[in-house]
Ligand binder design. Structure first.
Ligand code: SF4
Length: 609
């Protein structure tokens, strides 16, 4: 069976009833929203009423492909999850490596949409146009690695597995889910949404062929990209990226004064060298668990002992965000402990950024006497890896104080009080990713305005300056970079294609070659604005406005030491407010951050709202 790059069909599954139905989407929906993030934003806005509890059966998990899945493009073995976040209560998209999306497309669907709640632990199995629900009672309580291994044995390696661990089952709001052992939808609690539906795993295999509108155009871009990647072999940055994946950024971030250290009390880790990739080489296993169809192959594995069963060796795939949040931010400089913490998070199914944030919050709260040994059952100082491992397991199991911390730093601080709100480093409830905005001018604006909260993947300002002067001159570049991300995430190609390089123009050629549309520079810009405004409309419907586009107290305090010593996120509050004004103006939103009627109409969103 052959499908075009868009099959035109999405598949709905109601876990409450076990029923399925196919929906055909109008061509105009694809033209306006493309796929991935854009299409997910459209479907989420259309399907959910305001105020739906993300952990109720009414919430929907959208497993989305884009125009490129199943085609022979560069770094396209990716897919997108869109849902309402239980952590923030807002729009959430998360972008995962490996081939689940390709298999959904080859099964004949652009999107798999899952709602309802199964009455017992369940595995959803999609094989071409046949969908069935199987019992997962034997898997419930098992970690992600064990579950993946069992599911592979049961279904075969040609099936792609996506699964949650105990944290998701126990509805931890910082629960991730993992695919093929090395790839996660980490942020915002998608694992908890899976758990709330009693959905342990999704397993997919498709056998259809996907055809581009113009396969020569796709091949041409592929050839160009492969050639330029080879030519870039001597470029220092790309050499390090090939060799270490994003781990090479550990040194870069520290040198820039952006490395989260001891719950962001500073942005320079004096023991940074001990956790750089060279220091971890001893445990490097040589395994590549990278996404298929990628010449960059950034995913590197290390072999360590499982801290819960020291005789068992496990493969850990590490990357910058995880390494920074679980080393410097916890004051931990032992690379072996860092890798073990990484493995625990991946196996229990906890977002590593949120883990590094909530553990650091607990360490600082302990050192300041806000929480005590009586609350924890042990002491919890910065640098204590054993305590961090203990607490991670309590979070996944919602045991003791782990029950409070499982809800992320915002809610934990609200519950604990005693001034701990000052130590909770988040935006809209989402823990800040591992780049301190006090080391880069305008970066705080990206965190403050991103629809999902403080993600590092929502456009960076184009500058290497620190916040020593007004950031007003970099607002436009941040907005432009975010637009590029909306295109990348809707086409569904890897974010790291900026290393290839896969240029803006090549992305447009891929889009048009896959679909037969005639997007150009201007219409792509309008597309990106449409996606940004639609996700904002979703959040506005949930009560978001200017008051929520805010930075945590810590980022208004001067950095204690290192290259960014003395820096705040912005030179002053007035500059931040001026940057927000400028950003809203560029987006066509009013002073309160609400999209104007004129903007909604201009972007073709009037009928949706
Ligand atoms: S660069 Fe890394 S994350 Fe991106 S597609 Fe390649 S292997 Fe996957």
């Amino acid at each position: 069976m052959t499908h075009e790059c868009w099959t035109g069909k999405i598949l709905w599954v109601d876990l409450s009833t076990g029923s399925t139905n196919e929906e055909s989407l109008d061509t105009s929906v694809y033209e306006q929203f493309l796929g991935g993030k854009g299409l997910g934003a459209y479907l989420l806005y259309r399907e959910l009423e305001a105020g739906v509890d993300p952990l109720r059966p009414e919430n929907v998990l959208f497993f989305l492909t884009g125009p490129m899945q199943g085609l022979n493009g560069p770094s396209v073995a990716r897919w997108t999850l869109v849902t309402k976040s239980p952590l923030t209560g807002l729009y959430l998209d998360s972008h995962c490596g490996h081939a689940l999306g390709r298999e959904i497309k080859k099964s004949g669907y652009d999107v798999l949409c899952v709602k309802g709640k199964a009455d017992k632990p369940t595995v959803l199995v999609l094989e071409d146009d046949s969908l069935r629900l199987e019992s997962a009672e034997d898997l419930w309580g098992r970690g992600i690695h064990d579950s993946t291994r069992i599911l592979r044995e049961r279904f075969g390696d040609d099936h792609i597995v996506y699964v949650i661990g105990p944290a998701g089952e126990n509805l931890s709001l910082i629960a991730a889910a993992g695919s093929e052992l090395a790839h996660q939808t980490g942020r915002g609690g998608p694992g908890a949404v899976m758990g709330s539906k009693n959905l342990k795993a999704v397993v997919v295999r498709g056998s259809g062929m996907i055809e581009a509108y113009d396969s020569d155009a796709i091949s041409e871009v592929n050839r160009e990209v492969t050639t330029s990647w080879k030519d870039m072999a001597t470029d220092a940055w790309n050499f390090d990226f090939r060799r270490y994946g994003t781990s090479f950024l550990i040194e870069v971030s520290n040198e820039r004064g952006q490395f989260p250290t001891r719950n962001w009390q500073t942005s320079f880790f004096e023991e940074n060298e001990k956790v750089q990739p060279e220091a971890m080489h001893e445990w490097y296993s040589g395994q590549h668990l990278s996404c298929p169809q990628c010449i960059m192959r950034c995913t590197h594995a290390h072999r360590v002992a499982d801290p819960r069963a020291p005789k068992m060796a496990v493969e850990v795939t590490s990357e910058y965000e995880t390494e920074a949040m679980l080393s410097g931010n916890l004051g931990i400089s032992d690379p072996y402990i860092l890798l073990q913490l990484n493995h625990l998070c991946d196996d229990l199914g906890i977002d590593t950024i949120a883990a590094g944030s909530v553990l650091a919050f607990a360490m600082e709260a302990f050192e300041r006497g806000i929480i005590t040994e009586d609350d924890l059952g042990f002491s919890m100082r910065f640098g204590d890896g054993a305590a961090a491992m203990e607490l991670l397991q309590m979070i996944a199991g919602r045991e003791g104080i782990g029950d409070i911390l499982a809800n992320g730093v915002r809610r934990a601080a609200e519950r604990i009080g005693k001034g701990s709100e000052e130590l909770a480093v988040h935006v809209k409830g989402l823990s800040v990713a591992a780049w301190d905005p006090r080391g880069k001018k305008g970066m705080g604006l990206s965190y403050a305005t991103a629809e999902v909260g403080a993600s590092h993947l929502r456009g960076w300002p184009s500058t290497t300056d620190k916040p020593i002067s007004s950031a007003i001159d970099v607002v436009e570049s941040m907005t432009k970079a975010r637009d590029e991300k909306h295109l990348t995430d809707s086409l569904v190609v890897c974010h790291f294609t900026y290393h290839l390089p896969l240029s803006h123009n090549q992305k447009i050629r891929l889009l048009n070659g896959a679909t037969g549309l005639e997007y150009d520079e201007e219409s792509v810009k309008v597309f990106a604005e449409r996606v940004e405004t639609l996700t904002r409309l979703f959040n506005v419907r949930e009560g978001v406005s200017r008051k929520d586009d805010e930075l945590p107290p810590r980022f208004w305090q001067p950095v204690a030491s290192g290259p960014a010593e003395g820096m705040r996120s912005f030179v002053d509050r007035a500059d931040f407010e001026a940057c927000l004004d400028r950003f809203y103006e560029l987006r066509g939103w009013d002073k309160n951050g609400i999209p104007t009627d004129e903007t909604v109409e201009r972007l073709g969103l009037k009928d949706i709202r």
